[in-house]
Design a protein around this ligand. Structure first.
Ligand code: GLU
Length: 481
């Protein structure tokens, strides 16, 4: 059997990390089994859907390298089949018109304590009309769902109410449209988030009813419900508290490969090292190995994986990857809401290339890069007030250190090695420690207490500018002893 899976997002908001994980696991399963992965945009809820969210889905999948083998299809293009399926189920006596208003259903629920709909219109012989919805006549018995990850789950049909499949407007609802499309697309495996488990018995009932009504006996798909993503408090990721938009992660400077590697660990793990490329994931991936317990979306772990991927890049690849943050080409893609902190004409590609390997080793995300190198491309360094207070104005030795540095750097050869050497010499003369001596110099020159190695940074900036910045800091540092 050739496997066919689908990723079926609804375009109702930004692209959630949980959706990205679902897309990835579908893709991995298809690749591992030599099957087909298709994309179906479930866009039939006109009130909640927006075209821009469709673009976001396509853009994110492209960024992640998870574009479909078939599609994108639009659920709305399949409206004729949805209506035909509804007609077939009516013909087979599996649906009935319901004239109850929402308020009436609620009122009876309060009085009778029935969960869901109480079946009021089931046998009343209501005529189908412009104000009637269509409900599915849930049969007696049990519905057994076979889930690769969760095993066999039995649902008592008695607790599944007669759910609506089409609204009075004629609009066909999710459970119905989804099944009609899965049948039409010959889907063999439904891989999706566990929030859909309660829909599954309903969808199976529809599937089987359609097989009988149409005589087209298609085998039920096999289900795999992926574990919930949770935050550090073990609570379901919340849009309000947690970072969950894939585009935000991209804009922060996570690499697609690192992000995909991390997503792959949300409910599944490769044998051995967790850091694996796509080929290894494809080779090892099996839905049967997916865990059912909630998966911790650990941003710190994501950062550390990303840092490793950044470090492992060739310099050339790193320069290409970071260019939107430091030297964006006009018209090319740029991270949203990011402004390069220096005027474009001040950027010096050669200088950046020299410092890039040192920066590459020290950042966890590409968005950290401008803050590490801005001192090279701005007339004045951006002074971090806390670092300045600690290392310059609040450090009693700062005047003496800055004086010694100015004296030594005026005459020495201006290379990282020579700067290092003379600094060691005056550190000893001052009876101090290299780390302590570097602090005010670093803040004076770069504005911050962390950044690329100091002596290399100073060599790149050049003697005149280094001395000028040291003098400014010396002036601000006070009289000294
Ligand atoms: N449109 C549904 C969603 O976005 C699809 C669920 C499914 O994969 O069946 O949640």
């Amino acid at each position: 059997m050739t496997t066919r899976v689908r990723f079926a997002p609804s375009p109702t908001g930004y692209f959630h990390v949980g959706s990205a994980r679902t897309a990835l696991f579908n893709w991995l399963f298809a690749r591992h089994t030599g099957g087909t992965y298709l994309l179906r945009i479930e866009d039939t809820d006109a009130e909640r859907n927006r075209e821009e969210w469709v673009d976001v889905i396509n853009r994110c999948l492209e960024w992640l390298g998870l574009s479909p083998d078939e599609g994108p299809f639009r659920q709305s293009d399949n409206a004729t089949q949805h209506t035909a399926a509804v007609d077939a189920l009516i013909g087979a006596g599996r649906l009935y018109p319901c004239a109850c208003t929402g308020d009436e259903v609620q009122a009876r629920k309060r009085d009778n304590k029935t969960p869901g709909y109480d079946g009021y219109c089931r046998d009343r012989g209501v005529e189908r009309g412009p104000t009637t919805a269509l409900r599915f006549k849930v049969p007696e018995g049990t519905t057994t769902v076979h889930d690769i990850i969760r095993g066999t789950i039995e649902f008592q049909n008695a607790v599944i109410d007669d759910f609506v499949v089409a609204k009075s407007s004629g609009a066909v609802l999710y459970n119905m449209a989804n099944v009609v499309d899965d049948r039409a697309d010959r889907i063999t495996h439904v891989v999706r988030g566990e929030d859909h488990i309660s829909n599954t018995p309903k969808q199976q009932l529809i599937w089987e009813a359609l097989s009988e009504a149409t005589g087209e006996h298609l085998p039920l798909p096999t289900y795999a419900h992926l574990p919930l993503l949770v935050d550090a408090q073990r609570k379901k990721l919340s849009k309000r508290k947690d970072p969950v938009s894939v585009e935000d992660f991209r804009d922060e400077g996570y690499l697609a490969d690192a992000f995909v590697n991390f997503l792959g660990l949300l409910g599944w793990s490769p044998k051995g090292d967790e850091q694996v490329d796509r080929a290894t994931m494809i080779a090892q991936f099996d839905l049967a190995d997916v865990n059912q317990s909630p998966a911790f979306f650990d941003v710190m772990k994501l950062r550390s994986i990303n840092a490793d991927y950044l470090r492992a890049m060739s310099l050339e690849d790193f320069l290409v990857a970071v260019s939107p943050w430091v030297d964006p080409e006009p018209g090319a893609w740029m991270p949203t809401a990011v402004e390069v902190p220096w005027p474009a004409e001040r950027f010096d590609a050669e200088r950046f290339r020299t410092i890039a390997p040192l920066v590459q080793e020290r950042v966890t995300r590409l968005s950290e890069v401008p803050g590490m190198v801005d001192f090279l491309f701005l007339d004045e360094p951006v002074i971090d007030a806390a670092s300045w207070a600690k290392a310059v104005t609040g450090e009693s030795d700062a005047p003496a250190i800055l004086d010694a540095a100015i004296a030594a750097f005026t005459s020495c050869e201006f290379t990282a090695a020579a700067l290092h050497e003379v600094t060691l010499a005056f550190t000893e003369a001052l009876g101090s420690k290299l780390r302590k001596v570097q602090a005010p110099i670093r803040v004076a020159v770069t504005g911050r207490s962390v950044g690329p190695p100091l002596f290399e940074s100073m060599e790149l900036l050049g003697r005149d500018e280094v001395l000028r910045r040291l003098s400014v800091a010396r002036g601000a540092a006070g009289a000294g002893q």
